[in-house]
Unconditional design. Sequence first.
Length: 286
Amino acid sequence: MGESIAYLIIRSLITLSGILPKSWVYFLIKQFSLLFYFISKRRREITITNLQEAFPKKSIEQIHTLSKDVFIELSKTISEILFMLADKFDIDAAVINKEEALNVLKKLDEDDPKGRIVITAHFSNWELAAHFLAKHGYPMLAVGREGDNTLIDRKLTIPFREKYGNRSVYKKRAAISIMKTLKRDEIVGVLIDQKVDSKEGVKVKFFDRDVYTTSIVATMKEKIDIMILPIFLPRVGDGKYKMIIGDPVERSGDVAEMTQSYNDVMEKVIREYPAQWFWMHNRWKV
């Protein structure tokens, strides 16, 4: 019963987002997000604690301001995903350096046409990045966590993620699918900031703290030496983004050392746009 109610609420929000002016949707979702910030003591405290640990030189006032900005940025992501679900969002117009990004990807293809793993994070509008790439000829196998609500997962999340040709696989069953995809010289997308345990990952540093990070990327690199390509899509204004395509991350030692290098790339981008990462989850629980 609970799953059905949650599904109907999401469906209603999508319908409303398709009808209401965009400015109203941005405003309403922002207010709901700030309300959640104030009433959810646990999420608020996790966010503040994580930010304090990551940015020890910032004052408590700066940390509190940044913690609210995290929820405001998330509200923009939620609003824009609702617009995407309602077919009310121009993906191409959203990426301000569209042609530059596509030219970089084309050059990478020419230099190395083999399969690759795109590494990214729960940063800014990560769903938009996957849609943009697939729409322009770079569909991928997207590795993700199974949703808590199977009805939303089956009827909304998976169809949404696969709209432009991407495929979805849950991380618990991902290894074989990843290997087959890479051997077909196709693309795999991995959110490397997903929480894993010692069985699924290796302990490395992230913002100078120990954290288990998935070892699947480094393991695949070690086995078949494919390209590891960082791609992030920071928001530069409401509905406007700049695609950052980093240099391919070269092999740098064993699985732990390689995984550390992936975390370092991700951390550098998050430090530049700190409000756009998902600080409200307990990423450092080990």
